[in-house]
Design a protein around this ligand. Sequence first.
Ligand SMILES: Cc1ncc(COP(=O)(O)O)c(C=O)c1O
Length: 392
Amino acid sequence: PDFASVRLRFPGAQGTPYFDTAARGLVSIQSSDAAKSLLSDRLNGTADKPAMFDTVERVRDKFARLIKGQSDEVALTKNVSEGLNIVANAIDWKAGDNVVLCPELEHPSNLYPWFHLQREVGIEVKLVSSTDGRMPVAAMQAAIDDRTRVVTCSFVTFAPGLRSALQDLATDCAARDVLLLVDAAQGIGVLDLDMSSLSVGAMSVSTQKGLMALYGMGFLYVRKSWIERLTPRFLSRFSIDLGVGAHEAASGGEDYRLHSSARRFEIGNHNFIGATTVEPALDLLLECGIGNVETHVIDLNARLVRGLAELGWPVFAPEEGVHRAHMVAIGGTLGQDHDRTSDDAIQRLYDALQKASIRLTIRRGLIRLSSHVYNDLSDVERVLDVASSVRP
Ligand SMILES: Cc1ncc(COP(=O)(O)O)c(C=O)c1O
């Protein structure tokens, strides 16, 4: 792919470097134009509902293609948290059943649903520790017992931003009939995650980060073999199989039948502007090939890690390997602070990068730089230039 011309589609990537995809991705001119055109239809009273539904179905199909799943395995949702809650509450829990997770590394969005079920239903939340910032997949496998119904973890953690080694965990969960639920807020749209070769049970994604679109839109992937084993807690007409061609306002009776597809998890009208905005981003990613996008960001990050190390800055987990994702975290230890750090040198570097208008964040005491398709080597060099002006 011609990443130089891709970069031109993103005004936010011009000028100073944008390294904040892990907070929110840049939106392209094409996505912005598509959203404006939908709003203009509403402004002028010319909105076309069938066309909006067509967009939703195309987007469903493109989400599926991006992760090499099937469209019937994709439900459109509001965000990652909603998808995680839909799945967590669709299981016929018995008191004493358990879920396995690593509390140090999960985003709060993937902790509260489980603590809530612990409080309300009496499930057990089995906590597995991480000592090195990496998802402790082997220990999580070891924690599975005959009451384990779910294992959940992030695909890439929001901090320190490392990719979880999911292969063995997914295979083991599938073999033991345990649902592996992945929080993929981070990574989808930037890294290649292939549902045809990785037996993840369910995965929740939102579109504001790697998918370069809006807040309030996401999707939930549920593997075919799990869909009919999960009973949604909330229902709307879209969850019900009314037969082909039925109008959306057609009334069903009490002998309703849930969709056998992931549509059973959808609640009411869709975020049409969210779907409209993400479609050009999906087209771009499918056109580039997600494997090529991953290679592009991993190469940029390798250069960034090398340069930072040469300047004497500590990079979290700097070695090459499968844990590398689209993020580089500067700092030695995982803390608790966001947007600031108690480490003086790291704070000084952050202040200098901010002063140079480089967009990035501090998460858990680490400076987090996250790359995407619109970043290039000049961005990396600019960061290294600023980093060379501060004493580690
Ligand atoms: C790993 C992870 N999980 C969940 C979330 C929350 O996502 P959402 O607001 O789409 O529910 C985030 C957002 O920052 C995240 O980084």
